[in-house]
Design a binder for this molecule. Structure first.
Ligand code: PHE
Length: 409
């Protein structure tokens, strides 16, 4: 459940539905599923094999598997990536908190989209509001992590993720029944194969990496806590299936409502913080409240997994206590988060470097270690599937290099 919580996040809610519509509806979903199956799921398995076989933090695990060489320093990259993502993710988490408070106060009632744009511009440019909400979000993340893997992360995920699912399913049922919602359903499902090109495949792959939290050590770190009898294959399949179903349900909760209101969809902040609050508040007081609670739960269950990567590294390698490590990471992320909150360019650079560069490098490294470094028998013990072993060894590295080249071009 914690792995599902890490996977299900802002990526599912504000990126996936828009990407589907932009890149050819059902045709994109098919490409996305294929990418998940032949590239992302194998990377998930590879990361989990490293974590489960070493029971160490990201750096320690790589050091154990690639000993005595400079290569082991590559282990710092995923930890850095997790830290950077945590910092800018917390800014968005802070906005969600801010919006939940506004929704509770009925702040979107009777507003127009133009007014909502002004509200968002106000929130995102107000240093005090922006930074204080980010700090609260980051603080709650740290408190859950301090409570420990079972009592904090495990318990939070166990109860909040089912609630999150129910909320989204309820919203989707509500949304598709609105008058004029049909166009939104069509936007998500009409297959348009003419839009499928190299860029769409790169987008599908990038989205599935981000959505499954790959290449930054979160899956590795969570897997390091797995018990011997727990199956990596089963965990990976369930995480990927839930993550994808959730993304599709989020699409049905969001796009039909957007079209029913006669608005063109867009991605990211403008969709979640400008269009949707206005549309949902027209449909009742409760809907925007539920929507922002759902976003907060999704964001928190992901941010705790990013923080855990850095905390586990500090606890294992620097021999600090969990509490002190969480405090140190909280303070450092608060500094970078403040910069992200105040300077949009820093936010953009952090997003680009972590999602497009570090994540890809991390995924490649994990696949190479499992495919070429760990003895085949050991890998097969943990993931008894010759097919996935072949994918990890050959297909994943080739695909990542191909995507890197496409992105560079
Ligand atoms: N998977 C999360 C989402 O979809 C983001 C994430 C990335 C979480 C990397 C952890 C690590 O929003």
């Amino acid at each position: 459940m914690a792995m599902v919580g890490s996977a299900v996040g802002l990526g599912n809610i504000w990126r996936f539905p828009y990407m589907v519509g932009e890149h050819g509806g059902a045709a994109f979903i098919i490409v996305y599923l294929i990418c998940c199956f032949i590239v992302s799921l194998p990377i998930f398995f590879a990361e989990a094999v490293i974590g489960k076989s070493t029971h160490k933090d990201t750096f320690g695990a790589i050091e154990e598997l690639v000993p005595g060489s400079k290569v082991k320093n590559i282990g710092y990259l995923p930890i850095l990536a997790s830290f950077i993502i945590l910092s800018f993710y917390s800014v968005v988490g802070g906005w969600s908190l801010d919006y939940l408070i506004r929704a509770l106060a009925g702040g979107f009632n009777g507003r127009s989209i133009a007014e909502a744009k002004e509200i968002f511009a106000g929130v995102s440019s107000s240093p005090l509001e922006n930074v204080s909400c980010m700090l609260v979000f980051l603080g709650v993340t740290a408190l859950i992590v301090v409570a420990g893997v079972n009592k904090g992360i495990g318990r939070f995920s166990k109860y909040s993720i089912p609630v999150l699912f129910l909320m989204m399913v309820g919203m989707a049922i509500f949304s598709v029944r609105l008058p004029g919602a049909g166009k939104g359903v069509e936007y998500l499902l009409r297959p348009d194969f003419s839009k499928l090109n190299g860029k769409a495949v790169a987008a599908a792959l990038g989205q599935s990496f981000f959505s499954l939290s790959l290449g930054v050590g979160t899956i590795l770190t969570y897997a390091s806590y797995m018990r011997e009898e727990e199956s990596i294959l089963r965990t990976g399949w369930w995480t990927a299936i839930f993550d994808t179903i959730f993304a599709i349900i989020a699409g049905f909760a969001i796009m039909p409502a957007v079209f029913a209101a006669g608005i063109e969809p867009s991605a990211g902040p403008s969709l979640v913080f400008e269009t949707l609050p206005v549309i949902f508040s027209k449909l009742g007081f409760l809907l925007p409240v539920i929507f922002f609670i759902a976003i907060l739960i999704a964001a928190l269950s992901s941010s705790i997994s990013m923080l855990e990567v850095v905390v586990t590294w500090l606890v294992d390698q620097k021999k600090t206590s969990r509490g002190r490590a969480s405090l140190v990471v909280f303070l450092c992320a608060a500094i970078l988060g403040t910069l992200c909150a105040l300077v949009p360019r820093v936010f953009g650079v952090c997003d680009f470097v972590s999602s497009n560069v570090l994540m890809m490098i991390g995924a490649l490294v994990f696949a190479m270690i499992v495919g070429w470094k760990i003895p085949r028998e050991r890998v097969m013990e943990l993931i008894p599937s010759r097919f996935f072993y072949m994918l990890i060894r050959h297909v994943v590295p080739i695909m990542i290099l191909a995507i890197a080249i496409t992105n560079l071009l």
